[in-house]
Design a binder for this molecule. Structure first.
Ligand code: FES
Length: 147
């Protein structure tokens, strides 16, 4: 599959765009400062908070944000359990997802796996690993090339 370019210049914080890359959905969204701060509070309830599983992201995304820039997320939207596409649930404190402890993330409707806004999987759900981060880089400040 050829690489694809995504212009993120008009993307607002929290707004998510979906593109297809190699027949897979890829999510791109911007994280504001509060969202980035919240990521730091979740480590104790995540399976692999430090992205030690090297198959799940390129080296440059092996960090807390799982991204090149903390404020831009690029994540393959395929659940690591059985391949459904999780739902974007960015709202804080969603009562059906744990109330106050929910800091926004993704919920897989198939068997209930939960991921945070860096695609890191919560403990105690069917999905064994974090969501996959595709290879990508910035061609310009607001232009991402995936692949
Ligand atoms: Fe997502 Fe099973 S496919 S929880």
């Amino acid at each position: 599959g050829a690489p694809i370019d995504v212009d993120i210049s008009k993307l607002d914080n929290g707004q998510l765009v979906r593109v297809l890359w190699r027949k897979k959905p890829v999510w791109i969204f911007k994280r504001d400062k509060k969202t980035i701060k919240n990521l730091m509070t979740l480590n104790s309830i995540l399976t692999d908070p430090n992205s030690n599983e090297i198959s799940q992201q390129p080296k440059y995304a092996q960090n807390l944000y799982r991204s090149i820039n903390p404020d831009v997320a690029v994540i393959i939207g395929v659940c690591t359990h059985l391949g459904c596409s999780p739902t974007y649930r960015p709202e804080l404190g969603a009562s059906d997802l744990g109330g106050d402890s929910w800091k926004g993330g993704f919920y897989c409707p198939c068997h209930g796996s939960k991921f945070d806004l860096a695609g890191r999987v919560y403990t105690g759900v069917p999905a064994p690993t974090n969501l996959v981060i595709p290879p990508y880089h910035f061609v310009a400040d607001s232009l991402i090339r995936i692949g």
